[in-house]
Design a protein around this ligand. Sequence first.
Ligand code: SF4
Length: 89
Amino acid sequence: MRQQMPKQDPEIRRTNFDEVAHGFTAEQALAEAKRCLNCKKPLCVQGCPVEIEIPQFITLLIEGKPDEALAKIKEKNSLPAICGRVCPQ
Ligand code: SF4
C-alpha cells in the first residue's frame, strides 16, 4: 500500500524553517519498497536525470541492506540528500 510521507502541518510549518517532510520510518520505507514491480524495462531509471539504478537500490532496501542501498544511489549521485528534496521526478 502506498505510504504517505509524514509532514509538518501547514499551519505549523509556516511558522518555522524546520524540515517539512519528516521522512519514512524503516517500516514505511520497506512497505514502499515492496511496491516496486522490478520492471524489465525500468522507466524509473530512464526518467532519472542521473540514471540511478532505482530497482537495485529498492531491492537492497528490501533485503535489509540500507547502507548498500545508499551506496548504490551514490554510484550515480554525489548529492542524494539535495536531489531528494528538489527533484520533481
Ligand atoms: S520503481 Fe522502477 S522498476 Fe520499480 S515499479 Fe517503478 S518503474 Fe518499475
